[in-house]
Design a protein around this ligand. Structure first.
Ligand SMILES: *[C@@H]1O[C@H](CO)[C@@H](O)[C@H](O)[C@H]1NC(C)=O
Ligand SMILES: *[C@@H]1O[C@H](CO)[C@@H](O)[C@H](O)[C@H]1NC(C)=O
Ligand SMILES: *[C@@H]1O[C@H](CO)[C@@H](O)[C@H](O)[C@H]1NC(C)=O
Ligand SMILES: *[C@@H]1O[C@H](CO)[C@@H](O)[C@H](O)[C@H]1NC(C)=O
Ligand SMILES: *[C@@H]1O[C@H](CO)[C@@H](O)[C@H](O)[C@H]1NC(C)=O
Length: 375
């Protein structure tokens, strides 16, 4: 049974029915109960919660109006409120949001997990370098090593106890967006689009990501891993503004096409990792599909413009400092010209935690992943 959990559609439908039944027994969100002991987060700006604040970079969001709907105000989160991983941490039963790596130096508050995500970063090391400093996926893994060493230290140098603990955590990884918008599709600054076709680029990205995820599995004991696919980047207001939508589409189709090639590779990678690493479970979250459905929901009335004013000194992506954003933020799909509003984050987090359609996640959703007994 276990070895046939693939992202292959035929099997996936069957599993969706199977797990939907068990889901209704357990209830929608498992409020009050901690589902897993720890949650570790790797990613770029959409998951970043302050790791870039002290770095010399334009890719930071620690000023108003970022955080206008967040209890702590501006924190470094690239939204008006909570990120997708903040909302998932609530669903998993955590009382506090997972701390940024930047805030855990000294190893005090690491037991419930750490967020390593860094705005502008990518799977590839050079991705995002035009905006300044950032922590690439390899750098995030090196930071995780620091966390793991201090965890071992806190457990009386008992490495097997630390591995056992790390086996039970959930790991979220959401990299790849910047490898497109802050690399491949900036041909004046990066050569990748002259070296690789979109198919070749998706393949080299997936191969590098695969090595990084295997490091997480082999060296650091990750066994429950959720991989977030890319959204329709060709529809982001900053991308449409800089590239120009054509052919009657509201989006830049060739960018969405390239993103979908990568997403398909990522799905294949999930199947392959599940086949090869049978004591672990990897899942794919279909952000592209979930977010596309959100854009046709009547509650999202503005899907093609940012809620906050953006300025050219921020390459027309980030909110201008101290400018008043739109009042009806829940009706906006985008918060700034690239990042999603809290309302959209909520929509995506809901369906990644409890899939509502067999295409939302595969082979299982995050609530199933949390409940899964791997041994
Ligand atoms: C280390 O932890 C394991 C698992 O928790 C336990 O069985 C073992 O006794 C511990 N070893 C030492 C030396 O404390
Ligand atoms: C418009 O269509 C042409 C021909 O199909 C294609 O080459 C081009 O990339 C499209 N433009 C955009 C912006 O998607
Ligand atoms: C899975 O194992 C096969 C056969 O050993 C190997 O060719 C492939 O590269 C592995 N894939 C991954 C993602 O580990
Ligand atoms: C961007 O430019 C505007 C106008 O020149 C300025 O007021 C603002 O401080 C700059 N920086 C940011 C982060 O918006
Ligand atoms: C997400 O789920 C919560 C809790 O079930 C619900 O209150 C909220 O309306 C949902 N939001 C969206 C956008 O689906």
């Amino acid at each position: 049974m276990k070895e046939s959990y693939y992202c292959n559609p035929a099997i996936r439908c069957f599993l969706f029915i199977l797990f939907s039944v068990s889901g209704s027994v357990h209830g929608r969100h498992d409020h009050g109960q901690l589902m897993v002991p720890c949650f570790f987060i790797f990613g770029a700006s959409s998951f970043d919660n302050g790791n870039n604040n002290a770095l010399p970079t334009l890719a930071k969001a620690n000023y108003p109006p970022y955080g206008i709907d967040f209890p702590a105000g501006p924190t470094g989160r690239f939204s008006n409120g909570r990120s997708i991983v903040d909302i998932i941490s609530e669903f998993l039963g955590f009382d506090d949001y997972i701390p940024s790596f930047a805030s855990t130096v000294g190893g005090e508050n690491i037991l419930k997990g750490v967020n390593y995500a860094s705005g502008g970063s990518g799977i590839r090391a050079e991705t995002g370098q035009h905006a300044g400093a950032r922590i690439s996926m390899d750098g995030q893994l090196r930071n995780h090593q620091i966390t793991v060493l201090s965890l071992i230290n806190r457990l009386g140098q008992n490495e097997s106890a630390a591995k056992e603990y790390l086996n039970k955590c959930i790991y979220a990884a959401g990299l790849g967006t910047n490898d497109y918008v802050s690399n491949y599709f900036l041909p004046s600054l990066y050569p990748t689009s002259r070296i690789y076709t979109p198919e070749q680029y998706a393949l080299v990205l997936a191969q590098q990501y695969s090595r990084q995820l295997k490091t997480l599995y082999t060296n650091y004991g990750a066994r429950k891993v959720a991989l977030f696919g890319l959204a329709q980047l060709g529809c982001a207001p900053s991308v449409v503004a800089s590239k120009g939508a054509t052919n009657g589409s509201a989006c830049v189709d060739y960018i969405n096409d390239a993103v979908q090639i990568f997403n398909n590779r990522l799905k294949e990678l999930v199947d392959e990792l599940n086949r090869n690493l049978t004591d672990a479970k990897f899942i794919y979250v279909n952000v592209y599909e979930i977010a596309s459905e959100a854009t046709s929901y009547p509650s999202f009335r503005v899907i093609d413009a940012p809620c906050c004013p953006v300025a050219s000194n921020n390459t027309l992506i980030l909110c201008t400092i101290n400018q008043t954003p739109c009042p009806n933020r829940d009706e906006y799909f985008y918060w700034d010209a690239l990042h999603l509003s809290e309302a959209t984050n909520m929509f995506i987090a809901n369906r990644s935690y409890n899939a509502q359609s067999p295409t939302d996640t595969c082979p299982i959703d995050i609530s199933d992943l949390a409940r899964l007994l791997l041994y």
